[in-house]
Design a binder for this molecule. Structure first.
Ligand SMILES: [Cu+2]
Length: 178
């Protein structure tokens, strides 16, 4: 009997949560349809950053973009409460040297995927207000030409979690000269 009551209350709780989520989604969908004419959307996934020593002042965020819409979109800018300045960066080869360059935007063609990853496009977090600690997360707001504002949570991974594809320490040292 006690078990039944417990089950019933758990079920009620679950249903309450589901109802809250679907109401929120409806609200979001409604807002979305107000300025996006396509039925499908641009999806941001797997946002991550790498842990850094507490003394580091510059970090980078990476993520995957999937444009399911019929029109090309463009990432115009980003901002985060954790950093004073947030820039969109690319890497370019200069002879044997790879260096970072600031870009005005990152294009995502219609019906295509684009991954921001070490050694490629990334979002530079400059003058960090807090250290990047593995296991924690940081907020990031993206601004797209068509999809508008998208808020994401960036998971901070440990540096030994297979995230060291490029040589970020070398890259980031260039920022310290500013
Ligand atoms: Cu950079």
């Amino acid at each position: 009997m006690r078990l039944t009551v417990l089950t019933a209350s758990v079920l009620a709780l679950t249903l309450g949560v589901v109802a809250a989520i679907s109401a929120e989604q409806q609200e979001m969908n409604h807002q979305h349809s107000a300025h996006v004419t396509e039925q499908t959307t641009l999806v941001v996934k797997s946002a991550w950053s790498r842990e850094l020593p507490p003394s580091a002042t510059v970090g980078a965020a990476f993520l995957s973009l999937s444009n399911h819409t019929d029109q090309a979109d463009r990432l115009l800018s980003a901002e985060s409460a954790i950093a004073e300045v947030t820039e969109l960066h690319a890497h370019e080869h200069e002879g044997d040297v790879m260096r970072m360059v600031k870009v005005d935007g990152i294009d995502i063609p219609a019906h295509s995927d684009l991954t921001l990853e070490p050694g490629g496009y990334h979002i530079m977090l400059i003058n960090l207000h807090k250290p990047l600690v593995a296991g924690q997360s940081l907020p990031l707001t993206l601004h797209f030409e068509h999809a508008g504002q998208v808020d994401v949570t960036v998971q901070i991974k440990s540096s030994d979690a297979g995230t060291s594809a490029a040589a970020p320490e070398m890259d980031h040292s260039q920022h310290n000269r500013h």
